[in-house]
Design a protein around this ligand. Structure first.
Ligand code: ARG
Length: 560
């Protein structure tokens, strides 16, 4: 069935047209208080304002034209002229029993996320990108997109030539190094590079060899990539991320397309030479001192950088992957970079106006001291250790629970807590990584929602099979039912705004309405049709919590 809200909106809009000649948008909102019914519209106030007529008269006139008898109780006029609508119990019950679903929208969306860097540990920024990206991919799939994941791994550039040269000089082999070993190799080569001009020259030559495909150099590099990807995959597995090896399309994949990027931009007259570098200067992009900011597509040493790769990636995503929408889940410090890249790609005609390119920016993860999260020595906090400690914390909370698969549940709760904490605040904000708050069983947390789901599962296991919601007499039942009917609209909104916290807030509202429902409305100790209807309402709530958590990438254990 289709959702109730759009039907009400259409009818109200038609009533406005019949009465006043214009089909105004009725802007129906959920009522702020139960005594105002289920939905409210300030349409009469807006029409009254523009036609200079008393809003209550306008409201009365609207109600004359409005026929909602099949869906609502008699609409009422409140205060200065608000129209209040209360759904019939049968309308609400039907909406709960037949939830909305989506079909394919025929659109393909490319989501660029996670994007760790080879030879370096993943850090909390990559955790955010992975968690937000996974959730958005789930949501976009749910509303009917075909989703293509792209893990734009940082695996190309000067540092790899430098590291291979260092390794050759040390007489070591890449095969013997793990990710930590690679990180140390990077540090040694960096020092060497800065201190010794002779080595720096050799390292630069090594970069050229790498970029032109010299087999020995390439083999060493490939090994570094493999070691790193193996390590990233351990984090993905622990997180339960959907990212797979075939989603990795790193910076190196675009190497062969880079000269063409520069040639084509140059041909279009979009490039200027500046100190030996090829740059695009786009109108409106100025530095702090007011001087024009360049997009450097080819550096003065004739190497290509991050920007050139991103331009080549856009061409690939449009021409080969046929994206209808492109989404980048990257921290907010890269906002200017993406703004300039998108502008340049549009100027070059590579990114059609019809294809939105969106930078899904997110804030920084802070440590307990309120500063960006680092180890005491100032290094990267190892994600695996962080996630392990979340699981250990969850495990200690499960102490003494019976009927619970302790290992699996601790994992679901610990990882779920970390993910939910990341997703539940507006992604643009920074947040403090505070395990105690994340695993709390009360408040807007992952474990609170998981617990609500597990409690429903236990209740339903003691009841007969759920049938249908048939009566919704108690206001607590109505409030819960009304919320449940908003699931699809909420998911659609997340797909549009790319803000997962809206789904978190919604699920938290559902869980809160559920706990009021438990207080007001006995389920297993009630009888007859009331009992059957309430069991069905519990089953519908459980489905919403399970689906909602699933979209966020969070497991919903049956017991905890
Ligand atoms: N690897 C980069 C980093 O760690 C992020 C890459 C973002 N994606 C992109 N297409 N530029 O900062």
């Amino acid at each position: 069935m289709s959702a109730v809200l759009p039907v009400l909106a259409t009818r109200l809009s038609a009533a406005a047209e019949a009465a006043f000649g214009t089909p105004y948008d009725p802007e129906l909102r959920a009522a702020t208080k139960p005594e105002f019914g289920h939905y409210q519209s300030n349409l009469a106030l807006r029409i009254g304002n523009s036609l200079k007529q008393p809003p209550r008269d306008v409201a009365a006139r609207l109600l004359q034209e409005l026929n909602l008898d099949d869906l609502c109780e008699q609409p009422t006029i409140a205060g200065p002229g608000f129209i209040n609508l209360t759904l019939l119990q049968s309308t609400l019950a039907k909406a709960v029993n037949e939830p909305e679903s989506f079909t394919s929208n025929g659109q393909r969306v490319v989501v660029d996320y996670s994007q760790p860097n080879v030879a370096k540990q993943m850090h909390v920024g990559h955790l955010r990108s992975t968690v937000i990206g996974d959730a958005l991919c789930n949501v976009l799939t749910y509303v009917g997109y075909e989703v293509i994941r792209q893990n734009h791994v940082g695996d190309w550039g000067t540092q790899y030539g430098m590291m291979i040269e260092q390794l050759l000089e040390e007489g070591g082999t890449a095969e013997s190094l793990d990710l930590e070993g690679l990180q140390h190799l990077y540090e040694r080569s960096r020092k060497h590079f800065d201190a010794d001009g002779n080595f720096a020259d050799k390292a630069r030559l090594r970069v050229v060899k790498l970029q032109s495909g010299d087999p020995e150099t390439l083999a060493g590099w490939q090994h570094m990539v493999d070691v790193s990807l193996d390590d990233f995959e351990k984090v993905y597995a622990l997180l339960g991320s959907n990212l797979a090896r075939e989603d990795v399309v790193g910076e190196s994949a675009y190497n062969d397309g880079l000269p063409q990027v520069v040639a084509d931009l140059d041909h279009q007259g979009l490039l200027t030479e500046s100190d030996g570098a090829m740059c695009a200067f786009l109108p409106g992009f100025l530095g702090r001192d007011g001087s024009p900011l360049p997009v450097i597509v080819r550096k003065s040493d004739s190497g290509f950088g991050y920007s050139a790769t991103d331009l080549a990636a856009i061409r690939h995503r449009i021409n080969t992957l046929h994206a209808d929408r492109i989404v980048y889940v990257v921290d907010h410090r890269q906002a200017l970079h993406f703004d300039m890249i998108f502008t340049l790609a549009r100027a070059a005609g590579w990114l059609p106006e019809t294809v939105p390119a969106e930078h899904v920016e997110f804030g920084t993860v802070l440590g307990p001291n309120g500063k960006p999260f680092k180890t005491r020595a100032g290094g990267t906090v190892k994600l695996v250790e962080l996630l392990d400690s979340a699981v250990a914390r969850a495990d200690s909370l499960l102490e003494g629970r019976d009927g619970v698969d302790r290992t699996a549940t601790a994992r679901a709760v610990g990882i779920g807590a970390v993910k939910y904490a990341d997703l539940s605040s507006d992604r643009g904000n920074d947040y403090v990584f505070d395990l105690d708050r994340m695993v709390a069983m009360t408040g807007n947390t992952g474990p609170y929602l998981q617990y609500a789901h597990a409690r429903l599962t236990r209740l339903l296991s003691k009841a007969e099979t759920a049938t249908e919601v048939t009566e919704l007499k108690d206001p607590a039942e109505q409030r819960l039912a009304l919320l449940l009917t908003g699931f699809a609209a909420t998911v659609a909104q997340v797909a549009e705004t790319l803000q997962p916290h809206r789904l978190c807030t919604y699920l938290y509202d559902v869980a809160s309405a559920l706990s009021i429902f438990y207080e007001q409305c006995p389920v297993l100790s009630s009888e007859g049709t009331t009992r059957a209807s309430r069991i069905a309402l519990c089953a519908a709530t459980r489905a919403v919590l399970q689906d909602g958590l699933g979209l966020l990438g969070i497991e919903a254990p049956d017991a905890m």
